[in-house]
Design a binder for this molecule. Sequence first.
Ligand SMILES: [Zn+2]
Length: 445
Amino acid sequence: MQVTYWAEHAWLGTHVEPGVAIDVTAEGRIGAVRTDVPAPPPGAVALRGLTLPGLANAHSHAFHRALRGRTQVGSGTFWTWRDVMYGVADRLTPESYHALARATYAEMALAGITCVGEFHYLHHAPGGTRYADPNAMGEALIAAAADAGIRITLLDTAYLSAGFGEPPNRHQLRFSDGTADAWAERAAALKPAGHARIGAAVHSVRAVPAGQLATVADWAKDREAPLHVHLSEQTAENDACLAAHGCTPTRLLADHGVLGPRTSAVHATHLTDDDIALLGGAGSTICMCPTTERDLADGIGPAVRLQQAGSPLSLGSDSHAVIDLLEEARAMELDERLRTRTRGHWTAAALLRAATADGHASLGWDDAGRIAPGALADLTTVALDSVRTAGPDPLHAAETAVFAATGADVRHTVVGGRHVVRDGVHLLVPDVPQALADSIAALRG
Ligand SMILES: [Zn+2]
């Protein structure tokens, strides 16, 4: 599918360049990037607005999309929210999960997301019974991403216990393989595809006994696969870990070989100075999910200090309270402003790197997230003539995109050279709002 896209403006990693032609090879990679091209060359597809590398949503639980709106009534905590979430998890089948994930991933494509990291632990039928195909749920997610036209890293998640020394509760039986060895055997049967790569996850130190952490870490290491883990989102996890093991969750992960440059710690909200040094020293990525962290009243993680210690940052929409990577990017900066009462912790370029190259790297797609020869031809174009974005000098288009645009301003999404969203319309899923409404209504029973 050789094609040339012409970007009216393109963000090339450091600055915005007007008039950029992007040649795509038959393999869906960028063949050449030509600057100083003032008008679309003959036959080229024009992308008007600011074209960015495709956005990576580094942390997703697709089924949480069914909770939108429902969990905003009344008071509560992360833990009361979790009870409602388990009610949805109880109802899903491979068929209904495929429909919900297809619609959710289509919403992501409309918001300019070209790759999702799906942190997947809903493995088995209610009660923990294996499906005839033990990976039926994971395969439904991989198929859903293909149907929605985006890439996926399926982070198959080990989830074995309710807490330190506690067996899974009745909801969590669906999540558990019993042991990390059984998890490893099942996960090994998952097959990558052109649009799909396979990674591993430890749900949390609550959900995988310390003695079994190394099994998951070794599985990922043997495959050079990404390894993700929820870390210290709640102080209750830290307190329970301290009581059970006499150390912080970060220290426990470090001592069992879980940290390293292919590891991403998700949230990392409540850390000690030693935790920050351990994560940064290991070069582990930190996936911040600011819209979820504020929605669930988690707190504000020390993203600046983690990055200074050596951790790259990525971004995820996690619980899908909203799906908008531009909002995640600016929220990281704006949360820090509220905390410190100073501005300018990250430039727009640094925030865009988290949303693109560093996010892709955390999902095992080191060959995506850049507009450069050889990279996968994944592109996202943000309108500069919408009611939110019209006016500023195009020289400041990156700042406008990060600090004023929303997912609704995404005009084009290109994945592997293929136009998936064109002029704001999803070309593969004809009516995304209806697909969301239908798949969520089906779960109400
Ligand atoms: Zn999560």
